[in-house]
Write a protein that binds this ligand. Structure first.
Ligand code: CLF
Ligand code: SF4
Length: 291
């Protein structure tokens, strides 16, 4: 497939920074992430969640918000950032593991129905929450799929919590992958546009990205984003993927899906145009969030 700058998602072009094809589309639309989701049900070896003002990476936020506090943050973000068109929930934990994210989307959608709602999840609970996600008005969903081979997935996320049970190794991976693919299909069936994020982990899934792309495309995903590993936590000993490795993985994925290449590995409380403007400090400075 040839690279193309024609809008793949005309309704989102210039309105959603992560689903736009043109440079203008990427540089105009702003997104706000609401850090309302405290916990997670899987154990990615690269994941270290933290609360601070300084790190620019997923899993980090200034603080956790309640759904009601999040509504106040949206109100102030709209004043700070006039091109804000997307409200996303991407952590710090998994937005489907607790009810906070869907409750927040309900409140935001009622107050500002014109804002696009965007959800990012590991996908474990996507099939059982599919109706609720559609009902609260979510338009775009990102599922992080790091492997579709259970032996590889078991290395990346060795333990999951599934309906009050602990699953380990390949059994955990089989359940997660099944639910991710079923969940993608359930989103597509509801008219929700799906992007897949794949964290490129050298020596673990770097030769496997094409297979991920092929499988998620067959399930109904329309875009893929290959994200280079930030080596930390239990993968701190691994090397950072080189630019060449990232390029090759994206080329392999491109045989099956459109590839998104502008990812900024955003914080869970990011506000602004990714890579262009950042209003997070102003939003959270001086204890601006009411208790
Ligand atoms: Fe946020 Fe993600 Fe929605 Fe975009 S970010 S929940 S799809 S509104 Fe975008 Fe940021 Fe990359 Fe995510 S640049 S980390 S891909
Ligand atoms: Fe961390 Fe997200 Fe993995 Fe959960 S799904 S362990 S929050 S990276």
């Amino acid at each position: 497939r040839q690279a193309s700058t024609a809008p793949a998602f005309p309704a989102l072009e210039g309105r959603h920074p992560c689903f736009s094809a043109t440079a203008e589309g990427h540089s105009r639309a702003a997104r706000l992430h609401l850090p309302v989701s405290p916990g997670c049900n899987i154990t990615c070896r690269f994941c270290r969640r933290d609360f601070n003002d300084v790190e620019h990476r997923p899993g980090v936020a200034t603080r956790l918000l309640t759904p009601e506090q999040a509504v106040d943050v949206v109100r102030r973000a709209l004043l700070l950032c006039p091109t804000l068109s997307v409200v996303g929930i991407a952590g710090p934990g998994d937005p489907l593991f607790t009810r906070h994210a869907l409750r927040t989307f309900t409140l935001v959608h009622a107050a500002w129905p014109e804002l696009l709602l965007c959800l990012s999840t590991n996908g474990l609970l996507l099939p059982e929450r599919a109706d609720a996600i559609g009902e609260v008005g979510v338009r775009t969903v990102t599922v992080t799929v790091n492997a579709v081979d259970p032996a590889i997935q078991a290395v990346i996320s060795p333990v999951i919590a599934w309906h009050q049970r602990r699953l380990e190794g390949v059994a955990a991976a089989e359940r997660l992958i099944r639910n991710q693919l079923d969940g993608i299909a359930a989103m597509k069936a509801r008219g929700i546009t799906v992007k897949v994020n794949t964290v490129l982990v050298p020596g673990v899934n770097d030769a496997h990205v094409e297979e991920v792309a092929r499988s998620v495309a067959a399930a109904g995903a329309e875009l893929i984003n290959v994200i280079p590993l930030i080596p930390q936590h239990r993968f701190a000993h691994l090397p950072r993927p080189t630019a060449g490795e990232v390029h090759r993985a994206r080329q392999a994925a491109r045989r099956h899906l459109r590839v998104f290449t502008h990812c900024q590995r955003c914080r869970a409380d990011a506000c602004g145009v990714p890579g262009v403007s950042d209003f997070t400090a102003e939003l959270y400075g001086d204890n601006r969030v009411a208790e």
